[in-house]
Every structure is written in structure tokens, then in C-alpha cells.
Design a protein. Structure first.
Length: 246
């Protein structure tokens, strides 16, 4: 199967609030609960919440002094082109990014900016829509293809993991969360998928990736110089000529 290129000429506006998504408040709670054990391990001074969904996410376990929202438009504490962040290299201790890659015209550049801004061993938390979920099928119904989240692009967890590996990120956690068909008409968001998700986790409507930026210094390897043995030096027994020698 041909993989569609990630780069495209236009950007689709990302969701502005969780209620833009089917069962959005339930999804928000699911993401918060899944991130809690990982956030408890993150320390530092500066953390960027990229996008409106990340900004409106309860993460009480995060013990980072300065947390701020980063978006391409208001409302946000830092408004900037998401392909060119206004931070010096190695400035941020952690980044939380939720449902941004699906709507960006150049997700590779978005991840490069995140990598550029993170300190060595800094954390990158990514949450995205899972293309292997049954929720993808419900988006094919008439009238739904142009609504959130289906009018974005789906990138598999494995594909995003490969992108991170190319940027020298080490994957710390990788899982599927929030099993749902994402149909507002259903009163129960899980609707029969909760039991199935125990055996098949990939039915989760979202994936979660936690990665750390690693710094691998270049080590100069010196070329060994072979010294010529001095004339008359004793040779190993195996290299002696058997000229009258037993």
C-alpha cells in the first residue's frame, strides 16, 4: 500500500476546543488519565502546550514551574508560526502536543521545531488519532467526512514513531487509548469496545507516545599508526623461517 506524503500545500484548522470532537469531554478525561503516570516523571522549568486541546487539558501531576500555550492564533500565551518557534535551541524541558500533526501542512517541520527547542533528555508527549480504530470507519458516513476529527489526516503510531527516531528521540511509552466509535448519538462513548480493547488495544480511537530527546556526541576515532619493527628484532616463533631450526 502506498503511503501518502505528509507534506501538503494547505493547513486544516485544528480543533479549537474538546467539544469540537465527538464525546470530546470524555476524550479529554481519557487523555488526562493516560498521561498522569508519565507527567509525574517530568520536572523542569518550561513546558509548552501546543494547540488548543493541549492548553485545555488537566495535568495536575506536571511539576513544571512555567507552563504556557503555543498556537498559531489567539487565544494563546505565545502566538507564532508553528513551523518557526521563537525559542532558542535547548530551551524547553517538555512539550505536550495533542491532535496537531493531523492538521498541519508539514508535520515533519513541526516535529523538527519541537526537537530544536527541547533540552537534551527533554520530554515530548504526542497524542493523535489512530487510523486503525473503528472510529475511522464512522467518518466515512455521508456528512461526517468534513467534520472533526475525520477531515484531518491520520498518521499511524508506527509512522510517527519512525519520524521521532530520525530526530534522535527515544520512545519511552507507546499505547492506544480511548476505545470509541466517536458517535455522538451513542450515550456510552465506548459502546461495546471497552471489552474488545482488552484483547485488541489497537481499537483505541487515539494513540499516545512519550519520547525523550537524546543527545549522542560525536566521538573522534583516531587512526592507529603501525610502527615498523626495528631491524634485528625478534620475530614470533610462528613467523620464523625454518632455516635449520627444528
Amino acid at each position: 500500500m502506498m503511503i501518502k506524503p505528509a507534506l501538503r500545500e494547505f493547513t486544516v484548522p485544528a480543533p479549537k476546543q474538546w467539544s469540537d470532537l465527538p464525546h470530546g469531554h470524555w476524550l479529554r478525561d481519557q487523555v488526562s488519565r493516560a498521561l498522569a503516570p508519565h507527567c509525574a516523571k517530568i520536572f523542569g522549568y518550561h513546558l509548552a502546550r501546543v494547540g488548543a486541546l493541549a492548553a485545555d487539558l488537566a495535568l495536575p501531576e506536571l511539576r513544571v514551574n512555567h507552563q504556557f500555550s503555543l498556537q498559531a492564533q489567539a487565544p494563546a500565551e505565545v502566538i507564532t508560526d508553528l513551523h518557526h518557534w521563537p525559542f532558542a535551541e535547548h530551551t524547553l524541558d517538555a512539550i505536550v502536543m495533542i491532535n496537531q500533526l493531523e492538521y498541519d501542512s508539514d508535520p515533519h517541520q513541526l516535529l523538527r521545531e519541537a526537537s530544536h527547542s527541547l533540552i537534551a533528555d527533554g520530554y515530548l508527549i504526542l497524542v493523535g488519532m489512530n487510523p486503525l480504530s473503528p472510529a475511522l470507519w464512522t467518518g466515512m458516513w455521508p456528512g461526517r467526512i468534513d467534520s472533526y476529527p475525520w477531515h484531518g489526516r491520520y498518521f499511524s503510531r508506527a509512522r510517527v514513531s519512525d519520524w521521532l527516531a530520525l530526530l534522535n528521540f527515544e520512545l519511552i511509552a507507546s499505547e492506544y487509548i480511548a476505545p470509541s466509535l466517536l458517535i455522538d448519538a451513542l450515550p456510552n462513548p465506548t459502546s461495546g469496545l471497552s471489552w474488545l480493547s482488552r484483547a485488541l488495544p489497537m481499537v483505541g480511537s487515539m494513540y499516545l507516545l512519550v519520547a525523550r530527546k537524546r543527545h549522542y556526541p560525536l566521538t573522534m576515532v583516531r587512526q592507529k599508526r603501525w610502527r615498523k619493527a626495528p631491524q634485528g628484532a625478534a620475530l614470533p616463533v610462528a613467523n620464523r623461517h625454518a632455516d635449520g631450526v627444528d
